[in-house]
Design a protein around this ligand. Structure first.
Ligand code: CTP
Length: 401
């Protein structure tokens, strides 16, 4: 995946430095050459010996080797690298980068580097939220540096919030995606996400608990690979902002169907992650139904199955992926949907798996392919699950024409 790629990793003084050996291992396994540079403070958090053993290169800290006086040229390092990853990067180093201060080898190399630079901050939540840090992050992004945002969780301080270094696998994935020339560049993709609301009257509806997060993460992951993503999004409070994602907001299953029909024929990959309502009220009251009416039943009729409709017109050069949410005989039911809806792969969620499905930030999936292949994954964040799904899509036989 990364054969022949040269990656500089700059480590600064943060407790999250303990995660860097995992990144180095992933990069080395993928075939990359890795050169580590540390600030003097970083050496108090993780030993250069560990990092030089894993990277198979001496770790550089000073401007010159104190033993033999040889010069560590930041200019040469900056020209050597295909990518410079600063992880973890502290508030202090970010402030110096903004100001152009170059008082250690890591910083001089920042100024000399001609390659893309990724920076992954890690610090206490109040430090990260401080206006000066936020301003610096903004400035660094304006320099063209790519931010790998910290995630939310328990911090070394015992506080809880944004400031955790992103997970090694995700940082690795960002690098691979970037360096691998975006395999979906220019390809159109269609993703649906969120619930649908089927109105009963002007103030009530039939809906479900879907947040839209799973589909949104899939859209993000496809867009990260260079795809032009059309996201058809049911009612969801999650913010989506990626330059490669266009959003059409819908409310009802009927609106979702017509949006999908508009985009499907030109879409190379379509992922139907939305939790579409299966039934809708036969009659929608045009005025609020009053309590006095003592309504005891509601007449319902099935909605159109959007996925099945798309499956009927799918061409050989299109990839269509569906979801199956099951509570019993999960694999058998999912396999039935895979065939009946003419899909290239189905993502099975079982409501029996704790932490999976609606309302969680995690998910546990099993992927089923038409030839009978089944792959089960452990519980992961929805962002990681999205990457697993997208990686599986990329490995499907049908290639774009
Ligand atoms: N789906 C759809 N249109 C519908 C209902 C579902 O496009 N009206 C899609 C979902 O987006 C999902 C897949 O079909 O990708 C499976 O949805 P699921 O609710 O698991 O299954 P159903 O086909 O609705 O069958 P059942 O409810 O009987 O399990």
């Amino acid at each position: 995946m990364l054969k022949g790629k040269k990656i500089l990793i700059g480590i600064t003084g943060s407790i999250a430095a303990y995660k860097i050996p995992f990144i180095i291992r992933l990069l080395k396994k993928a075939g990359a050459e890795v050169q580590v540079i540390m600030t003097p403070m970083a050496c108090d958090f993780i030993t250069p010996l560990t990092l030089s053993t894993l990277s198979e290169r001496p770790v550089l800290v000073d401007f010159y080797d104190k033993g033999d006086g040889s010069w560590h040229s930041h200019v040469d390092l900056g020209l050597w690298a295909d990518l410079y990853l600063l992880a973890p990067v502290t508030a202090n180093t970010m402030a110096k980068m903004v100001a152009g201060i170059a008082d250690n080898l890591l910083l001089t190399t920042v100024l000399s580097a001609r390659c893309p630079l990724f920076f992954a901050p890690a610090m206490d939540l109040d430090m990260y939220q401080h206006p000066s840090t936020q301003d610096n992050v903004k400035r660094l992004k304006e320099f063209g540096y790519q931010l790998i945002e910290p995630t939310k969780g328990e911090l070394a301080s015992g506080l809880h919030g944004f400031g955790r270094l992103e997970e090694p696998e995700i940082i690795f994935h960002r690098i691979v995606t970037y360096l691998n020339n975006k395999p979906l560049a220019g390809k159109k993709c269609l993703v649906t996400a969120g619930p649908t609301y089927e109105p009963i009257d002007p103030v009530r509806f039939i809906g479900n608990f879907s947040s839209g997060l799973m589909g949104i993460e899939i859209a993000n992951s496809l867009a990260g690979l260079g795809a032009q993503v059309q996201l058809v999004l049911g009612p969801s409070s999650i913010e989506v902002s990626h330059p490669n994602i266009e959003i059409e907001k819908v409310t009802t299953s009927e609106q979702m169907l017509s949006a999908c029909l508009k985009y499907f024929s030109s879409s190379y990959i379509t992922v139907m992650a939305a939790a579409v309502a299966d039934f809708k009220p036969t009659i929608v009251a045009d005025k609020k139904i009053k309590k006095a009416v003592k309504l005891s039943t509601l007449e319902l009729e099935p909605t159109s199955d959007i996925l099945a409709t798309l499956g009927k017109t799918k061409h050989d050069n299109q990839i269509l992926i569906g979801f199956a949410l099951e509570t019993n005989q999960e694999v058998a039911h999912a396999r039935k949907k895979l065939t009946a809806k003419n899909l290239d792969m189905i993502v099975l969620n079982s409501l029996n798996d704790p932490g999976a499905g609606f309302g969680y930030s995690t998910n546990k999936i099993t992927l089923l392919k038409p030839a009978g292949e089944i792959i089960s994954f452990p519980l992961k964040s929805k962002k990681e699950v999205a990457m697993d799904i997208v990686n599986a899509i990329l490995s499907l036989k049908s290639q774009p024409k």
